[in-house]
Design a protein around this ligand. Structure first.
Ligand SMILES: Nc1ncnc2c1ncn2[C@@H]1O[C@H](COP(=O)(O)OP(=O)(O)OP(=O)(O)O)[C@@H](O)[C@H]1O
Ligand SMILES: [Mg+2]
Length: 580
């Protein structure tokens, strides 16, 4: 899915809401900042007293007091600043943490349809690059606004108190400064949006080129060099964007510095102009010049905050877009409990399902009845919709029409966790986590003892193989389980499902041909797993199918034939042709 930005609500109010739980801390920070800004204002007045009174009168006692006061004010504001940094960093980090976890949790609830249409790497990029990118804004914006605003206001008040005429003179620089930073902000926002898209592309290339499957593909296709080129091109575009983003800021700084450097000059000039000449003491003049930097530096700061806030809106848009995604497969508002004990009676009633980006249904008006404890075998050519049936039973998708029930309850009325407890799926391509075999098995049932884990592995015909490895159950499976062969991985997956002990079992057999001894092992594992459970078996090997209580032949999502092995062979239809 391409990054669409700007669709989400990214108002400043929404960003402010992120700080809702942090109000007490923010209040403390505000008080600290205000105190230290006001304290800081004392220095220029002390300075004026030094120049206008203590020095000319050579009053040493007064001078020492005034100088000590200046040092004391500095020490006090520094200490307050330290405490304030500590609290505000805590606030920022907590907001970041919540944003990260909320996004992760929300995406975690998305249905597989979301993950199918999203490029792998895109999600990683948004969680790390985009959320990481707003970190600076989140941690510094609030404090930066408060501290700059109070300093600016306090300075302004003090400036007016010293000389309102000079204050007016200093104001001339404001309009060009405002104009410049508005332009920079808009420019940076655009560049930021582009940069984050580019970063996501980079992450996708890393994911596609440097994951085990991607690396295999690029090596066997001799596409390594092309991959490096793609990465290099992406990285180069990033340099350009980064440069532009930085320069947009630097130009503003440079122009502003020139403008602000002109203020003291203007002050001295106007102090010497006929109307004002002689009315201001030297002390006032020096104090005023010291103060004006206390007004304009925070103003620059505020403009800077405005710029980074505006450009961070581009990042927030990308994050909020994910946070606003509706959850299409979710727990029902009023969940129904399965009647206990769960019998495992599975029914399909005229179930039709069409994938979102497809026109023809993958499953088309299928009706099935699998009584508790019986087995159903689904056979049919590739692409006929068998795996889709499996996905529907586990509610990875919801039917477009019709309904699926377990013990009479529509799957959509069950809590997702309850459903997961009742239905177990061994899918066509086994996914193992990059951790030990033991942890992979325990993923299915966190409270399983080592004995239970071994028992499951024995039943899945994989215990001897695992036990024979140098590290035994502590052997790390490698990325996606690449350390193991297809048949071994599948048996580990069977052991994993056995540990969950589901009433209804869905086995989507791998299409890859297994050698005959592995095949027998997998078959025994399947049989062990199926014993006493309601089983839907998607099988490619007739040996598996033969003993099923019912056999259903599908083609293009429809049921073509159904019966037992003997009746179907006797009928002389498709099944007979397949098994011939
Ligand atoms: N996520 C998807 N989005 C769109 N179409 C899909 C998706 N997954 C599968 N399809 C299509 O739905 C049809 C049924 O696919 P399905 O995976 O159920 O076939 P299958 O019977 O399991 O095949 P095989 O025996 O090769 O595993 C196919 O035409 C396939 O292209
Ligand atoms: Mg399939």
């Amino acid at each position: 899915m391409e990054a669409r930005t700007g669709t989400a609500d990214v108002s400043l109010r929404r960003i402010a809401r992120l700080f809702a739980g942090q109000r007490p801390r923010l209040a403390v920070v505000t008080v600290l900042i205000m105190t230290s800004s006001v304290l800081g204002m004392a220095s220029p007045f002390l300075l004026r007293e030094i120049i206008d009174r203590a020095l000319p009168r050579q009053d040493l006692t007064l001078l020492i007091w005034l100088v000590a006061g200046m040092v004391g004010v500095a020490a006090l504001t520094a200490t307050l600043g330290l405490v304030q940094t500590w609290i505000s960093t805590t606030v920022g980090q907590r907001v970041m943490h919540k944003l990260r976890v909320d996004t992760f949790a929300h995406l975690n609830r998305q249905s597989v349809a979301f993950f199918t249409r999203t490029r792998s790497g895109e999600v990683q990029s948004r969680i790390t690059n985009d959320i990481g990118g707003v970190q600076g804004v989140v941690t510094s914006t609030a404090t930066s606004i408060t501290s700059n605003l109070t300093t600016a206001i306090a300075s302004a008040v003090a400036m007016v108190a010293l000389s309102w005429q000079l204050s007016l003179v200093s104001l001339v620089v404001l309009p060009p400064a405002l104009y410049l930073s508005r332009r920079v902000a808009r420019l940076r926002k655009e560049i930021t949006a582009q940069r984050q898209r580019e970063l996501a592309d980079l992450t996708v290339t890393i994911e596609e080129g440097l994951s085990i499957s991607g690396a295999q593909l690029s090596k066997t296709m001799g596409a390594g060099a092309a991959m490096v080129d793609r990465f290099a091109a992406s990285s180069r575009r990033l340099i350009d964007l980064q440069l532009r983003s930085q320069l947009a800021g630097r130009w503003r700084m440079a122009s502003m510095n020139i403008i602000f450097a002109a203020i003291p000059a203007a002050i001295y000039l106007s102090a010497g102009l006929p109307p004002t000449a002689g009315t201001l003491s030297i002390g006032t003049l020096v104090a005023f010049t010291a103060l004006q930097s206390g007004l304009f530096r925070p103003m620059m700061g505020l403009l800077g905050v405005g710029v980074s806030l505006t450009s961070s809106l581009a990042l927030f848009a990308r994050i909020f877009e994910y946070l606003d995604l509706p959850v299409d497969i979710d727990d029902p508002a009023e969940p129904v409990d399965l009647p206990r004990p769960v019998r495992g009676h599975l029914r399909f009633e005229k179930v039709t399902f069409t994938y979102a980006d497809s026109k023809i249904p993958a499953v088309d008006g299928i009706t099935l009845d699998v009584p508790p404890g019986t087995s159903l075998a689904l056979v049919g050519e590739t692409g006929s919709g068998k795996s889709t049936v499996a996905a529907l039973i586990t509610r990875l998708y919801d039917p477009t029409a019709g309904r699926i029930t377990i013990d009479g309850v529509d799957l959509r009325d069950l809590r997702l966790n309850d459903l997961a407890g009742v239905v177990g799926l061994v899918s066509q391509d086994t996914y193992l986590l990059h951790t030990s075999v033991r942890e992979n098995l325990r993923y299915a049932r966190p409270d399983a003892t080592d004995e239970q884990i071994e028992q499951a592995a024995r039943a899945a015909q994989i215990h001897d193989l695992i036990a024979g490895l140098p590290d035994g159950y502590d052997t790390v499976t490698g990325s996606r389980g690449h350390r193991f062969s297809g048949g071994e991985k599948q048996r580990i997956a069977i052991a994993r499902t056995l540990l969950r002990d589901p009433r209804i079992l869905v086995l989507d057999e791998a299409t890859s041909a297994l050698d005959s001894s592995t095949e027998r092992a997998v078959q025994r594992a399947f049989d062990e797993l199926a014993r006493g459970r309601t089983t839907v078996m998607i099988a490619h090997r007739l040996s598996t199918v033969r003993d099923a209580d019912q056999i259903v032949v599908v083609g293009r999502g429809r049921i073509l034939e159904r019966g037992t092995h003997d009746t179907l062979v006797a009928n002389g239809g498709r099944y007979a042709a397949l098994s011939a």
